[in-house]
Design a binder for this molecule. Structure first.
Ligand SMILES: [Zn+2]
Length: 323
């Protein structure tokens, strides 16, 4: 199952609004094939694994399937995986996490049991839940999981008023930011960020075949008409006269099947999200640069979030706060 979780990662940033799923086939104690949901519209993990076994000349009859998510039992973009597993002669299915939405996707576990297959559920369930975090969140709330990301200098300053707007983090850190963007269905900023920085908010430093939706909150319609995000041809929601508050906006993004929203705005926008208790995860990137005319923003994160982990992105130290 650990291997199944590992191969599932290959679909990250490519399968949404579907969850990441991995599948490993084992026969006589040996891994004979593996598969993952690779991209939206592509094969499901189970089908790719069965196909992989066939290609390698293995007989799947009597094999055990380790799957990170309960197999689907509905005709969606592909035929049901329950059918594929039965057809392949799989004798036992071990599932990490039940499908949070069985009404839509079909009760795969019951169908397999009724067909006489031994099914076990809950192996490495917690790990699978972390991997599918945004998908599970969206299934439950019909809203995106909200991640805030902001960079500060060594003293907690979010901006330097002495220079032209520009980044002050390392190249390696920027690559991590683009990986994060790739994992998000939408990226949000406020009007001030667009007016000051004219950002593209696209994924450029890592390979991708899709771009996130850009969202600008601009209630007073202040951003210039020639802003990059309005003219580069990628999707943008410019919320001006039609902005009805963050709650309504998150519902709207949920309806668009956006499962993870990245807030990359400045302190004003971020504080609105924090004050309304709408932030699920806060990524604080700390550089050792010192701003000469600093803009100090104290978000009081320790009192708002119960979990805290530490990592590094390039030469920056990163603290990830979550609920
Ligand atoms: Zn399936």
């Amino acid at each position: 199952m650990r291997r199944a979780l590992e191969v599932a990662e290959k679909g990250r940033g490519r399968v949404r609004p579907n969850p990441l799923v991995g599948c490993v086939l084992v026969k006589d104690g040996v891994v004979i094939a593996e598969g993952w949901h690779d991209h939206l519209g592509g094969l499901h993990a189970e089908q790719m694994a069965i196909h992989d076994a066939e290609e390698k000349g293995h007989n799947t009859n009597g094999a055990i399937a380790y799957i990170t998510l309960e197999p689907c039992n509905h005709f969606g973009r592909t035929p049901p995986c329950t059918e594929a597993l039965l057809w392949a002669g799989i004798s036992e299915v071990i599932v990490a996490h039940k499908d949070p939405n069985p009404l839509v996707r079909g009760d795969g576990i019951s169908v397999l049991k009724e067909a006489g297959i031994k099914v076990e559920n809950g192996l490495l369930e917690a790990e699978a839940a972390i991997q599918m975090r945004e998908f599970l969140h969206w299934c439950k709330y019909r809203r995106p999981f909200v991640t805030v990301k902001i960079a500060t200098d060594a003293n907690g300053s979010v901006d330097d008023l002495s220079e032209e707007a520009g980044r002050f983090t390392s190249e390696d850190c920027l690559i991590k930011v683009h990986e994060l963007r790739k994992d998000c269905g939408a990226i949000l900023v406020g009007s001030n960020t667009v007016i000051r920085d004219d950002p593209s908010l696209t994924v450029r430093l890592v390979e991708t075949d899709r771009q996130p939706l850009r969202v600008v909150i601009d209630p007073n319609n202040r951003i210039p008409a020639d802003s990059k995000i309005l003219n580069d041809g990628f999707g943008t929601r410019h919320l001006s006269d039609d902005f009805r508050g963050l709650d309504a906006m998150l519902d709207m993004l949920g309806d668009l099947e956006i499962q993870r929203l990245l807030v990359e705005g400045g302190p004003t926008t971020i504080n609105h999200f924090l004050q309304q208790n709408l932030v699920d995860e806060f990524i604080l990137v700390e550089s050792d640069v010192q701003h000469s005319i600093p803009v100090i923003a104290d978000f009081d994160l320790s009192s708002r979030f119960s979990n805290k982990t530490q990592t590094n992105w390039g030469s920056e130290s990163v603290t990830i706060y979550s609920r």
